[in-house]
Design a protein around this ligand. Structure first.
Ligand SMILES: *Cc1c(COP(=O)(O)O)cnc(C)c1O
Length: 354
C-alpha cells in the first residue's frame, strides 16, 4: 500500500478548542465548514460534541450531514440559505441561519416557522463581502425583533485583516460594528481565530474558531506553542539514487545538483493536494530531521535531498505536522494554510484519539 498517510489527532483538536475557549471566554463555535478544513467534519464534530458550545458550517447540506451523524449542539449556517425553501429544513433540524442580505431577511420574515428560531444577523463593517451596511443594520434588526417566530438575534460581523500586523482596518471595523449596534440588544459575535488571539476587545458572547482550532497559527512567521497541529501528513522514501554534480532532476530540469547528491523519492505529489508551487528548497523532515525538496513536485511523487542524512529507503518523511509547520509550506508556495488543508486528498486517513 502507498505509504502517504494523513493523521488527524483528535485529542489535539480538543486541546485547541479548550485553549481557544479560554482565550476568548464565553462561548465558542467550532467552525467545521469545508469538511472541517479538510480534517473530516463528522469525525471532528463528534470529537468535540461534548465540549463545544456549537458548530459553524457554510451551508445547509453541511449541517444536515452533522445532524444525521448525531450532532445535537447548535449549528450556524455562515452563508445563510440560498433559497427560501431551505428554511423548512433549518426549522426542522433546529439550525441557526445567518441573514446577510435583504432577500434572506424577507425569506425569514415570510417563512411559516414551526418553532421559534435564532437568527445571526450579519453586518458589513468594512470587509465589503457580505452583510448589511451599518446604516441599514438597525432596520433589519428591528424587522427581525418584531417577528414573533424569531426568539433570538445574534449580531455578527467578520474581519478582513485580523491576521495582519497592521491593526488599523480591524480597529476601524470594531468601531463601526460597536457604533451601529450600541442601542440593539442581544448577543454578539465578531472574532475569528486571528481576532480572538490578537484583539481581546473582540471577545464577545460567541467566538468563531476555524484555523486555530486545527492547530495552525493564523500569524505566519510566529509560533504559538499552545496550538497543536491536528493534521500530520507523512509518507516514506521509497527509492533513491545518487547523482553526480551538475545533473538535472525532474520535470523542466529546473534543479541541477551542485555536488554529488543522494536523492530520495517520496510518495506524495500535487494530486494529493501538496502545492506544486512549493518547489526546490521547501522544508521537509526525514525521520525527524529537516532537509529540503529538490526539483519540481510531480503528480504522485517528489524528490528530496538525502545527502546529509543517514536515512534511506523506507525512512519516514513528514510533509507537515510536528516538525514542519504548514505555514512554512504555504509561504513558499504563495498560498495560505487554509487552502493546503482543504486540498489534501488520496492519502490514507487515520483518526487518532488519545
Ligand atoms: C470561516 C469563518 C470563520 C473562521 O475563520 P478562521 O480564520 O478559520 O478562524 C469565522 N467566521 C466566519 C463568518 C467564517 O466564514
Amino acid at each position: 500500500m502507498r505509504p502517504l498517510t494523513c493523521e488527524i489527532r483528535l485529542h489535539y483538536l480538543r486541546e485547541n478548542y479548550q485553549y481557544l475557549k479560554g482565550v476568548h471566554g464565553n462561548k465558542l463555535l467550532a467552525v467545521v465548514k469545508a469538511n472541517a478544513y479538510g480534517h473530516g467534519a463528522v469525525q471532528c464534530a463528534q470529537a468535540l460534541e461534548d465540549i463545544a458550545d456549537g458548530f459553524a458550517v457554510a451551508f445547509l447540506e453541511e449541517a444536515e450531514e452533522l445532524r444525521h451523524h448525531g450532532i445535537c449542539k447548535p449549528i450556524v449556517l455562515l452563508e445563510g440559505v440560498f433559497q427560501a425553501a431551505e428554511l423548512a429544513k433549518v426549522d426542522a433540524l433546529d439550525l441557526w441561519t445567518v441573514v446577510h442580505n435583504q432577500m434572506q431577511l424577507d425569506d425569514v420574515l415570510q417563512h411559516h416557522w414551526q418553532k421559534p428560531t435564532t437568527i445571526w444577523l450579519k453586518m458589513d463593517s468594512g470587509m465589503h463581502r457580505a452583510g448589511f451596511f451599518p446604516s441599514h443594520y438597525a432596520a433589519a434588526y428591528q424587522a427581525l425583533a418584531q417577528c414573533p417566530s424569531v426568539s433570538n438575534i445574534v449580531k455578527m460581523s467578520h474581519f478582513a485583516c485580523a491576521d495582519e500586523a497592521e491593526p488599523d482596518m480591524t480597529e476601524m471595523q470594531i468601531e463601526t460594528f460597536d457604533l451601529a449596534t450600541q442601542n440593539l440588544g442581544g448577543e454578539t459575535s465578531i472574532a475569528n481565530s486571528a481576532a480572538m488571539l490578537a484583539y481581546p476587545k473582540t471577545h464577545r458572547d460567541w467566538g468563531r474558531a476555524g484555523l486555530a482550532l486545527y492547530g495552525v497559527n493564523p500569524f505566519s512567521g510566529s509560533l504559538n506553542p499552545a496550538l497543536k497541529p491536528v493534521m500530520r501528513l507523512s509518507s516514506k522514501v521509497f527509492a533513491e539514487r545518487i547523482l553526480q554534480a551538475h545533473e538535472p532532476i525532474g520535470y523542466g530540469a529546473s534543479f541541477y545538483t551542485e555536488h554529488a547528491t543522494r536523492v530520495g523519492l517520496v510518495a506524495c505529489g500535487y494530486a494529493d493536494g501538496y502545492p506544486r508551487r512549493a518547489a526546490s528548497n521547501t522544508p521537509i523532515a526525514v525521520n525527524g530531521q529537516r532537509t529540503r525538496l529538490i526539483g519540481r513536485i510531480s503528480m504522485d511523487m517528489m524528490t528530496l535531498d538525502l545527502t546529509s542524512l543517514h536515512d534511506n529507503i523506507g525512512a519516514e518523511v513528514e510533509l507537515f505536522g510536528d516538525i514542519i509547520n504548514i505555514n512554512e509550506i504555504a509561504d513558499v508556495a504563495g498560498t495560505i494554510p487554509y487552502e493546503i488543508l482543504c486540498n489534501i486528498k488520496r492519502a490514507q486517513r487515520v483518526y487518532v484519539h488519545q
